[in-house]
Design a protein around this ligand. Structure first.
Ligand code: ARG
Ligand code: GLU
Length: 674
């Protein structure tokens, strides 16, 4: 009896003393974590991570293209990010004659670097809390205007933390002259594609290389041939020493969206309604697109990017539901809420109000999600908006229409429309009188969709050019769903919990939690602002008795290599390098083999937006580029579990190996501090 009691006490002591590798911390407040970080292998100071008085690591991290992260690795503004983050820019620069997606691209001098229209990167100048200024009556707009007047190319945002309990000002330099320096072919940068997406073991060389340019004064400026490579205040040094199980790792980037503090009602909605509904709808869309792709190489290419983006979240949601169920997140939340009410009886009304707010808003949000996943997925309606958009010049309109039809197949869209209109008819409660009338006139959603695609003249570009758009049945469809678009508009938020009518109750709730739950390490949910997360390189038990090692190598690429399967057909140059074992300085002995490291996993708490983020060792040196999480991890947006959750990182040594041995761009290696 006493022995078991002692064991329990000891167990509790260890669980309480070991701080979990959970959390995405604001860099300006990182000093509160430094003690824990040091105990895990961090060798620098809080000032090295973020400082407003001297150059710090934050000066080398960029928000890339408004949704990814990148890192500066030379004093000439050389930038690394993921291949999937540079994908749009690479595709836009590609043509049939210069297909950089398929063949890769390597500039061999500055003059060969390719300017990317519409690609911006942001570098944080500083962040500061402005909760008091707002309380004193200043508006967000006033705060932003003042901040942007401080310097050339300054862009500012005010973001709320903890559901509006705090507000922070972020001031960035916005650079718009960004040029493509190099990219591996998709057979490396997207190796394994959708099959391997969210999967470990992984062998994707998911990186691309850009450069930031600035004017003669090193300030942000629009593209000009006179611009020069930007000299950053700080760039990352690179460590090629390699990683091993247990090593400290830190990630510095722009995570997009987490929901750490949501209540049981929201978890139930995600796991039991939202995710399963969206997964089932996407099953149907992916089936339709996938079987069309299987019939023709042309359609496979036309729908590659669309398929990839539909499949990405589809696969993520499946992992999320499994994870939430495995961890018992819902019952844990219920127990936590019960304890909160028991210990804070005077505040239990907050949870009642939250529950009532969900009650009021769930139907609207569900219809908003349904609308997005079904009706919005019918592609041909886009040509009506392009035709009518008042913001486009004639040349822009013609270009947009060309681009649309280049990757459009009428039969695929017809099948999507039949399926998605039927789904909407069956599941939605927001339905317009106009759409209902169309369904009735044609004998139901499915018949209506067939009729629509039989009768529209917009199926190809010739038809489009000859058609009277306003008289076309596609315009009637667009008009019939317009009232639904209006009705779901008030629910247009990233998460159910961010609808203002719900969020107003999270503000007192999270405040009360922070006052009450003194043992919990509170971090603000991710909101695409700069964060630090830290942990260690670690394998994990994937299934009973099945341990996954934390590092993969070139051997695994060669095992998957298959000229017959598009996603696993590596470039011949890589086969040649492998056959000759010509690894140069990137070769290492690993698991008894002379090879090249490719990817590794760690316990860093990450989410979408962390793609491209620098992964650093304890000395702040770059050891890899983050690009994914494992299948068992994706519930970490709601509950992070250190035993299972792993982020996936492209080993910097593989990046350098590909630049050098596949790209032959040695001049870039010479530019970098190894
Ligand atoms: N899963 C990664 C992320 O969420 C990579 C996505 C890009 N790759 C793909 N095959 N769709 O963004
Ligand atoms: N691939 C994701 C991104 O584009 C990162 C993976 C994740 O969600 O963790 O940001």
């Amino acid at each position: 009896m006493r022995r078991s009691l002692l064991i329990i006490v000891l167990l509790m002591a260890t669980t309480f003393s070991a701080v979990a590798d959970k959390g995405m911390w604001l860099p300006s407040l990182i000093s509160s974590r430094v003690k824990d970080m040091k105990s895990k292998g961090f060798k620098l100071s809080a000032e090295d991570i973020y400082s407003i008085n001297k150059a710090s690591l934050k000066d080398a991290v960029v928000l890339f293209d408004g949704g990814c992260t990148g890192e500066i690795v030379s004093e000439k503004g050389l930038l690394l990010t993921n291949h999937h983050c540079g994908y749009d820019a690479i595709q836009a620069l590609s043509s049939v004659e210069h297909d950089y997606l398929t063949n890769g691209f390597w500039a061999m001098s500055h003059s060969e670097e390719l300017p990317c229209a519409n690609l911006k990167v942001h570098i944080l100048v500083r962040m500061e809390e402005v909760t008091d200024r707002i309380a004193a009556g200043e508006t967000r707009e006033q705060i932003i205007a003042k901040a942007e007047a401080e310097g050339v190319g300054f862009k500012a945002t005010v973001e709320s933390m903890y559901y509006g309990n705090q507000a922070y000002l972020f001031i960035y330099r916005e650079f718009s002259d960004v040029r493509l320096v190099g990219t591996p072919p998709s057979a490396i940068g997207k190796f394994g594609a959708d099959n391997d997406n969210w999967i470990w073991p992984r062998h994707t060389g998911d990186f691309s290389v850009f450069r930031i340019y600035a004017n003669q004064n090193n300030e942000p400026a629009a593209y000009s041939p006179d611009n020069r490579p930007y000299t950053p205040a700080r760039h990352f040094e690179i460590s090629t020493d390699g990683v091993k199980e247990g090593d400290f790792t830190m990630i510095y980037g722009f995570p997009g969206n987490t929901q750490e503090y949501i209540t049981s009602d929201a978890v139930r909605y995600v796991a039991e309604v939202s995710d399963p509904t969206k997964i089932a709808l996407r099953d149907k869309r992916l089936d339709i697109i996938g079987s069309a792709q299987a019939t023709s190489p042309k359609i496979r290419l036309q729908y590659a990017a669309k398929h990839a983006s539909i499949a990405n979240a589809w696969k993520k949601w499946q992992g999320e539901v499994l994870g939430i169920n495995r961890l018992g997140t819902l019952s844990k939340k219920l127990a936590y809420e019960e304890r909160f009410c028991r210990e804070n009886p005077s505040k239990s009304y907050i949870l009642d109000s939250l529950a009532a707010a969900y009650e009021r808003n769930i139907e609207g949000y569900y219809n908003y999600e349904l609308f997005n996943e079904t009706l919005r997925g019918i592609e041909l309606q886009q040509v009506v908006s392009i035709a009518r958009s008042p913001r486009l010049s004639d040349a822009q309109r013609a270009a947009a229409i060309d681009l649309f039809y280049k990757d459009f197949v009428m039969d695929v869209d017809r099948a999507l429309a039949v399926a998605m209109l039927s789904e909407y008819e069956a599941k939605a409660s927001f339905i317009s009188d106009e759409l209902k009338a169309l369904f009735e006139r044609h004998g139901g959603a499915s018949n209506y969709a067939e009729w629509l695609y039989d009768n529209t003249k917009l199926g190809n570009i010739e038809g489009f050019n000859a058609a009277d758009i306003d008289a076309d049945p596609m315009s009637e469809f667009v008009a019939a769903i317009e009232p639904i678009a209006k009705r779901v508009k008030p629910y247009t938020y990233r998460n159910l919990s961010n609808i203002p009518d719900i969020e107003q109750w999270y503000r007192p709730y999270v405040k009360a939690l922070m006052e009450w739950d003194k043992r919990r390490a509170f971090f603000p949910d991710a909101n695409l602002t700069l964060r630090v997360a830290y942990g260690k390189v670690a394998g994990y038990e994937y299934a009973d008795g099945e341990y996954h090692l934390p590092q993969t190598t070139l051997e695994g690429i060669m095992e998957k290599d298959n000229p017959e399967i598009y996603d696993y057909n590596i470039p011949q140059s890589l086969r040649d390098v492998y056959a000759a074992k010509d690894y140069g300085r990137w070769g290492v002995m690993l698991n008894g083999k002379y090879t090249v490291p490719v990817c590794f996993i760690a316990t860093n708490h990450t989410t979408g937006g962390n793609s491209g983020s620098p992964v650093l060792n304890g000395r702040g040196e770059l050891i890899g580029i983050n690009f994914d999480r494992t299948w068992l991890s994706t519930m970490s947006d709601i509950e992070f579990d250190e035993t299972l959750c792993r982020n996936i990182i492209c080993d910097i040594r593989y990046v350098l190996f590909v630049i050098d041995k596949v790209g032959g761009a040695e001049w870039l290696i010479d530019e970098i501090d190894l």
